[in-house]
Design a protein around this ligand. Structure first.
Ligand SMILES: [Zn+2]
Ligand SMILES: [Zn+2]
Length: 214
């Protein structure tokens, strides 16, 4: 039904926007988001990116949204205002190496307080390597997300967040998205893990970000 996290050759993916869209059509998706890594863009390539997304979307039954994946850094997110004003949504993810779950939580908290951020990408992908945060730390994250209207993606690539966390999001009215994090067109729409966890957690259509477009 939706895949809000896909990459193309505008960053480190190998396909084009049209190839991602064709695969989404083949798999019967209703909503597709293109979300290339922000640090690959110049103002010029960014304008071409937006133009390509808009052109491709016009000729498709699928709702095609322009997104970007920004990096959560200790000094804030690397989001350019010019980009933020022109995109449908922004994902912010931790990609840098951190040593402790506390450090990870503190980084995500800054993103949850950033007006430009809509969705937290693959929350907890690092936990198997750095250790798991405490329940209190997770509660802090959930409270901040709820208060600031932020969403979390359910990532089929990293298989995060955990079921209990998703359940808690739904209970609090925190919106969710499905995310393949595809870097190849063939992986676009591979969100069955996301759907499974969402259903298990009791999610309904209204619990999804952009549900009005579905
Ligand atoms: Zn990422
Ligand atoms: Zn990604």
């Amino acid at each position: 039904m939706m895949d809000m996290h896909t990459h193309t050759s505008y960053s480190d993916g190998v396909g084009t926007i049209l190839e991602n869209l064709a695969e989404a059509e083949r798999k019967g998706l209703r909503l597709l988001g293109i979300s290339d890594h922000i640090h690959y863009f110049t103002p010029k390539s960014f304008n071409a990116y937006l133009r390509d997304i808009n052109t491709a979307g016009k000729d498709s039954e699928i709702v095609l949204l322009s997104g970007i994946e920004a990096n959560i850094e200790p000094n804030g997110q690397d989001i350019v205002e010019y980009f933020a004003e022109r995109l449908d949504y922004i994902i912010a993810s931790v990609h840098r190496w951190v040593e402790t779950p506390r450090e990870y939580i503190e980084l995500v908290k800054t993103a949850l307080m950033d007006d430009n951020v809509d969705v937290i990408g693959h929350f907890g992908a690092n936990f198997p390597y750095i250790g798991y945060p405490s329940r209190d730390e997770l509660m802090e994250i959930l409270e901040l997300a709820e208060a600031n209207g932020k969403a979390f993606e359910i990532s089929s690539r990293y298989r995060v967040p955990e079921l209990d966390f998703v359940r808690e999001c739904i209970k609090r009215g925190i919106k969710l998205t499905f995310a393949s994090d595809a870097h190849w067109p063939k992986d676009v729409g591979n969100v069955s893990w996301s759907e499974k966890v969402f259903r298990k957690a009791g999610g309904r259509k209204e619990d999804l970000l952009f549900s009005e477009l579905l």
